[in-house]
Design a protein around this ligand. Structure first.
Ligand SMILES: [Ca+2]
Length: 340
């Protein structure tokens, strides 16, 4: 990137030198240089269209754990859950099924009957993941939401919400009612929400379903969306906000019954500076990119876990809601969608 800027400057200088008359209007090509002073690897995943990542070298994710940037993966192809989580929660709360899958023969099935929220499950990030002064972390999960996530024809105005997954720093325990202060906790996560009624063609029988990024951090009002938009959330405690939601513009509305690969990236700031980012992709297409995030003020406040969430926020529906998950990959570089 720096070379590009240098070339841009040199070209601009040449243009000026070669201009005989100062009265001639010169368009300096340097303004065409789309230069961002990003750390190494931060420019991956930013192109328009589908961004292929490290997964492109591993069709169907086979052998992907051999990639040096991959921390763990789960495709359920042993017929069981092998990815390690605290208290074996993901293992104990997942049913491996062969009736549906994204790749291979198996996927993980999760069911939410009426009155059941479901747990958060945590993969503990190893020390080896924290590389460099501004480390990066990625979680990709492919999911299929059954049409049981539709609230019902007579209930189209009901909101449905379910947590997705993300990267979290909570060395002292989490707590949505604990304002982030740069020394205690932060996260970047994905959640799924629905609303209706809608006559949009992308609606599922009148009901819209989306996935979007959100982040708890100390300075949400300073965050800047470079792709999509950012919306500061009113604080649950105190009068200083510590959360934002980020939305794609326009939203990519999701189809019940369709498989999609969702990925979130956390790019850590240097302590005390507004130079962190959070990004969200669907099937490799960048939906949201939020910059100028100040997650932490102390170097030691590193991400502790990656959440593979099984937590539904809305539980007052009579039908059992069902979601299938496959092709989970946790890494320290952009992963990208499954190369099928
Ligand atoms: Ca599979």
């Amino acid at each position: 990137m720096k070379k590009n800027l240098l070339i841009g400057f040199c070209f601009a200088i040449l243009m000026v030198v070669n201009t005989d008359s100062l009265s001639t209007t010169v368009s300096l090509p340097v303004v065409m240089v789309n230069y961002e002073d990003l750390p190494p690897n931060w420019d991956e995943g930013l192109a328009p269209g589908v961004n292929w990542g490290l997964a492109a070298a591993y069709p169907d994710d086979v052998g992907i754990t051999q990639n040096p940037y991959v921390l763990a993966a789960e495709g359920f192809e042993t017929g069981s859950v092998t990815i390690p989580t605290e208290e074996d929660r993901y293992l104990l709360n997942t049913t491996v099924v062969s009736s549906i899958s994204y790749t291979g023969s198996y996927s993980g099935e999760h069911r939410w009957p009426e009155g059941y929220n479901g747990p958060t499950t945590r993969f503990v990030i190893p020390e080896s993941a924290h590389q460099g002064s501004q480390p990066t972390y990625f979680v990709r999960m492919c999911m299929n939401f059954d049409d049981s996530f539709h609230p019902g024809a007579d209930n189209l105005e009901a909101g449905v919400g379910i947590k997705g997954f993300g990267i979290v720093s909570e060395p002292f325990g989490g707590g949505l009612n604990t304002p982030c202060d740069g020394t205690n906790w932060y996260d970047a996560q994905v959640q799924f929400v629905g609303w209706g009624p809608s006559s949009k063609p992308e609606a599922n029988d009148g009901y819209l379903w989306v996935g979007h990024l959100y982040s708890y951090n100390p300075y949400p009002e300073e965050a800047v969306a470079k792709v999509g938009s950012v919306h500061v959330t009113a604080p649950a405690v105190g009068d200083r906000p510590y959360r934002f939601s980020a939305y794609a513009e326009p939203f990519q509305y999701l189809d019940f019954g369709g498989w999609h690969c969702y990925e979130i990236g956390m790019y850590l700031n240097t302590p005390g500076n507004y130079d962190g980012e959070a990004r969200f992709w669907i099937d490799g297409v960048l939906q949201s990119r939020v910059t100028k995030i100040r997650y932490r003020d102390v170097e030691s406040l590193l991400p502790t876990d990656m959440h593979l969430n099984l937590h539904r926020t809305t539980e007052n529906f009579p039908q059992t809601m069902v979601r299938w998950t496959d092709n989970i990959v946790l890494a320290t570089r952009y992963i990208g969608p499954v190369q099928k």
